[in-house]
Design a protein around this ligand. Sequence first.
Ligand code: ADP
Length: 247
Amino acid sequence: MSVLSFRDVWVEYGEKIVLEKVSLDVAEGAFVSIVGPSGAGKSTFLRLVLGQEAPSRGRIYLDDEPLCPEPGPDRGVVFQRYSVFPHMTVLKNVMFGVQCKGKSTNVREEAVEMLRHVGLGDNLDAYPAALSGGMQQRLAIAQALITHPRILLLDEPFGALDPGVRLDMHELITTLWREHGLTILMVTHDIKEAFKLGTRVIAIDKRRKDPQAPHRYGSTAVYDFPLDKPNAAIRKELEKMVGEAAA
Ligand code: ADP
């Protein structure tokens, strides 16, 4: 079953076409990595799913229903930085999401349980400023998951972390994905990370380029691979496209 479907989606700002003709389905339980050169429209794609932006043309469905054009508890998101509320304790940060949803039973227990899952069980009363970068991202993940979203969106979530911490976070997100049966869309510029974590890699880029009028054509899903086959050649090609050597 598809959790998310894009049907011929376009995003245009005046003359400038950012995304064109994007059609894809995301199956329940998939971990989709989204890669592409800088400025290709990856964040725009996530903003569409979040409901922070509406397509200029085309339709987006969540569980076969038209996507609610506003952010909601059915979509959780973790950004590279600044996802958490600095003036609230770790526990309050996570409880806040459930309280906003209007469900008040067992909020505290649910939040504590979720914080244990992400490894912050001993930091409930700390403020975000007292946490390391990795711990803040653990908190942001707990905050995003507490409403049991249908889809978890990750926008370069580990991009600002040291390599060792990054590896710990890879382990954490993989465990959470398996244990909670999550459906994940993750934007990353790190091809190695995309292939390591994803069950599918989608590359967003322009199919056609007009050097005289760079905004004339938008980006679309130019590659879309399930990662169940040997993929060394694909990786090489994507590394070239994103313009980075694998770490
Ligand atoms: P990526 O995440 O792949 O780096 P973005 O989605 O941030 O790319 O941006 C894609 C393109 O859309 C860029 O050229 C950017 O300048 C443009 N863009 C994004 N938002 C707006 C906006 N509100 N108005 C005009 N152009 C925008």
